[in-house]
Design a protein around this ligand. Structure first.
Ligand code: SF4
Ligand code: MG
Length: 313
């Protein structure tokens, strides 16, 4: 296992000068992921907070090869580049023997909604790449609209809580499970409070041949209504309530639940920590809290059961 000292001694490939909000989880997630391979990385980054904030002309925060993709096609872009690399290598036309890693980085809007077909296609074709979704559960960059990753009851700019709505009325799309159904070599869900878990999963994702998917909870002080100095530790509450379980599935069948809270907390602990959910604590919205608790409990039970018997049995 790597130590924090060893990690900090590795070269930082995403450097200062970006305009991401104070307390945003993205740079921390990224600094860990980019340290998880020794090989050069080529990145396809979809439009979103990260892309906008890291490439304000004429500056850049990237110290590696980086391509801006549209919201919907980061996975297609990286598929094409990975294929070109593979073909040139086969034909002996590369000037170096160095292995290259390919990484698509996309938010939840570009992953769950707009880019789902390009992601699904790239995984199904078996390209050798890592897909990193930083999931802040909204279209944070374009005004905080609901995405299909926003949980039921979330107050967003398009589902504002008030007399008409109690927040979003639909359930969150569980993208990790949708990706698991593709039976790819590696899928993992993680969060930045557990840097060892995040780093280890990113390393596995880079090391495994074929497509690998990482879904990382990205705390967003601006749209979640949380203090910027609490964002990372808040993602631990997501794990302690089992709202955001840390787990991984290898080869489409072996599932490991990587963190099991000693005291599983009620979902109200998660909801009360953020302004986007605070209306749910009013008595008239109790039914939504019950729905959320039920969904979380069912999912947690399912994960523990699959861990025991294997996902395909
Ligand atoms: Fe990060 Fe949210 Fe700010 Fe985007 S809006 S940079 S996700 S804190
Ligand atoms: Mg988002």
């Amino acid at each position: 296992m790597i130590t924090l000292k060893e990690l900090t001694n590795k070269e930082d490939l995403f450097v200062s000068g970006h305009g991401l909000c104070p307390g945003c989880g993205i740079p921390i997630i990224l600094k860990l992921v980019l340290r998880a391979t020794e090989y050069p990385i080529v990145i396809s980054n979809a439009t979103g907070c990260l892309q906008i904030a890291s490439t304000k002309f004429p500056a850049t925060s990237w110290k590696l090869n980086w391509i801006h993709s549209s919201l919907g096609n980061a996975a297609s872009t990286i598929s094409g580049i990975e294929t070109m690399y593979r073909v040139l290598k086969k034909k002996g036309k590369l000037q170096t023997d160095t292995e290259i890693k390919f990484l698509a980085i996309v938010g939840d809007g570009g992953t769950n909604d707009i880019g789902l077909s390009s992601l699904s296609g790239a995984i199904e074709r078996g390209h050798d790449f890592v897909y990193l979704c930083y999931d802040n559960q909204s279209y944070a960059n374009s005004g905080g609209q609901r995405s299909s990753a926003s949980p039921i009851g979330t107050s967003t700019s398009t589902t504002p809580t008030g007399k008409v709505l109690p927040g979003k009325l639909q359930y969150r799309k569980d993208i990790t499970k949708i990706i698991v159904a593709h039976k790819l070599p590696y899928v993992a869900q993680t969060a930045p409070w557990n840097w060892e878990d995040l780093y280890t999963k990113a390393k596995k994702a880079f090391d495994i041949e074929g497509p690998a998917y990482l879904n990382v909870l990205n705390p967003c002080p601006k749209k979640w209504g949380i203090p910027s100095n609490k964002s990372i530790e808040l993602t631990r509450i997501a794990a302690d309530t089992c709202v955001w379980p840390l787990y991984e599935i290898e080869a489409g069948k072996n599932i490991n639940v990587n963190y099991k809270p000693e005291n599983k907390l009620p979902v109200t602990e998660w909801l009360k920590s953020q302004n986007r959910f605070k209306h749910l604590l009013n008595i008239e919205n109790r039914w939504i809290v019950d729905e959320i608790q039920d969904e979380v409990d069912q999912n947690w039970k399912w994960l523990l059961k699959q861990e025991k018997r294997g996902i395909n049995n």
